[in-house]
Write a protein that binds this ligand. Structure first.
Ligand code: AMP
Length: 439
């Protein structure tokens, strides 16, 4: 199947072709015709499935089909995302796919000055991609009118709820006109998501695509057993020896990320850190430098890495295993995207044996161990307790009981990534302000 049969116009097809996409992904195949038929959609799809194009392409088509507006553009489409990084990425996709169309789009998020955003809004915008907090601030100050929105997309709704955005979402919804088309994307479906979907969606079509399967052949997973104090040495050795060019490395804490970045720099490996204590501009720069291959290694904490999408990221390294097994699945899902090969390696010391067992139980397979010559494990070193996750991350993760919707489609379903319940772990609802302060 090619994109040409999906009912998209020439300017959109041309932009798709320039991206090098030849075949729609499963979520695109399903979502595009439904959105074009002007139906509400409840979609179960996570990052890496091509979901962004799944809603952006038909949305651009519908905007093109609508009668021409006279005067300054009004906001006709609103896409809400949980994080600034995701907002920026979605905005980039809207620009890319809409490059041969006349629509104006802009991205609105906190952590940066609001005046440039206000200026853009003043000039007239068709498509707004936003995180909820700043959008509400600007709406309350009268800088954006949401009463003309025809299409509302809630992207990564489960993360929005995890991050305590439910009240903000409701406030945004109250500013939208009653008659509109709604699309809700979520990787998982807790009771809260279902409640939100009931409120938001009007007789939605359900779409579900295979979740990223951790045992997918596109991601090769390895464990390198190593002594606690030799991890940095082994990492530098692996990067240099294998001449890895673009490596995303996960640490457990912000402090650990900073320290490792410095140490790698001393080893002659350019690295940048991305975590919640970094300013928005520092994070954007780190990500841009990494994408441009100016730095070889991006060291990230779990929260900061959420939503990061880098085309063809070849290597993910778990410098430290996450405390929560589901985070391992998220982390390695950063590689092997959209059909590309990826490699995920974990440096595991004696302290982390239990964490490794928990992960293997979740992904239902044993990860192959590789011994690097010169890095034999010292059997005399005894395990020490692992430093607990720093404050700010919900402590009640892994709550069972959430479920996925009954799909009405024939889409396949693989739950390997999430264990039996398929549930995204619940996190404490945090206030918007505390959330803002923490990231
Ligand atoms: P997403 O799930 O929207 O974050 O997309 C994941 C990645 O897949 C992005 O890097 C897209 O550029 C890429 N992508 C989206 N659609 C396609 C397609 N039909 N063929 C190949 N790559 C795609």
């Amino acid at each position: 199947m090619s994109f040409t049969t999906l009912g998209l116009s020439k300017p959109i097809l041309r932009a798709i072709e320039e991206q090098g996409y030849t075949t729609p992904t499963p979520i695109q195949k399903q979502a595009i015709p439904i959105v074009l038929a002007r139906k509400d959609v409840l979609a179960g799809a996570q990052t890496g499935t091509g979901k962004t194009a799944g809603f952006t392409l038909p949305l651009l088509q519908l905007l093109s089909d609508a009668p021409k507006q006279s005067g300054k553009p009004k906001v006709r489409a609103l896409i809400l995302t949980p994080t600034r990084e995701l907002a920026a990425q979605v905005a980039e996709s809207v620009q890319t796919y809409g490059k041969y169309l006349p629509f104006k789009s802009t991205v609105i998020f906190g952590g940066v000055g609001s005046n440039p955003q206000i200026d853009k809004l003043k000039r007239g915008i068709d498509i707004v991609i936003a995180t909820p907090g700043r959008l509400l601030d600007l709406a309350n100050q009268g800088h954006i009118d949401l009463s003309t929105v025809d299409f509302f997309v809630l992207d990564e709704a489960d993360r929005m709820l995890d991050m305590g955005f439910i009240h903000d979402i409701k406030k945004v919804m109250a500013m939208l006109p009653k008659k509109r088309q709604n699309l809700l994307f979520s990787a998982t479906f807790s009771e809260e998501i279902k409640t939100l979907a009931d409120r938001l969606l009007n007789s939605p079509e359900l779409i579900e695509v295979a979740r990223r399967n951790t045992s997918a052949e596109s991601v090769t997973q390895h464990i390198y057993p190593v002594d606690r104090d030799r991890k940095r040495e082994l990492l530098s050795h692996l990067i240099s020896d294998n001449n890895w060019k673009q490596v995303l490395v996960f640490t457990r804490t912000k402090h650990g990320a900073n320290r490792l970045t410095e140490q790698l720099g001393k080893d002659g490996i350019p690295a940048a850190a991305i975590h919640g204590n970094k300013s928005q501009s520092a994070r954007t720069k780190a990500l841009a430098d990494f994408k441009l291959n100016k730095v070889r290694v991006l060291v990230a904490t779990d929260i900061a890495a959420r939503g990061i999408d880098i085309d063809q990221l070849p290597h993910v390294v778990n410098y430290e295993l996450p405390n929560v097994p589901e985070d391992y699945v998220h982390r390695i899902g950063r590689t092997g995207r959209a059909g590309n090969e990826g490699e995920a390696i974990s440096l595991v010391c004696v302290d982390e044996i239990k964490l490794l067992k928990d992960i293997e139980r979740l992904i239902k397979k044993e990860v192959r161990k590789v011994r690097e010559p010169g890095f034999d494990v010292d059997p005399n070193i005894v395990a020490e307790p692992i430093q607990q996750r720093s404050a700010g991350r919900g402590g009640n993760r892994g709550r069972p009981g959430a479920s996925r919707p009954n799909s009405t489609t024939s889409a396949t379903r693989q739950d390997a990534g999430r264990g039996q319940s398929g549930a995204r772990p619940a996190t404490k609802q945090r206030s918007r302000d505390s959330h803002r302060g923490n990231r």
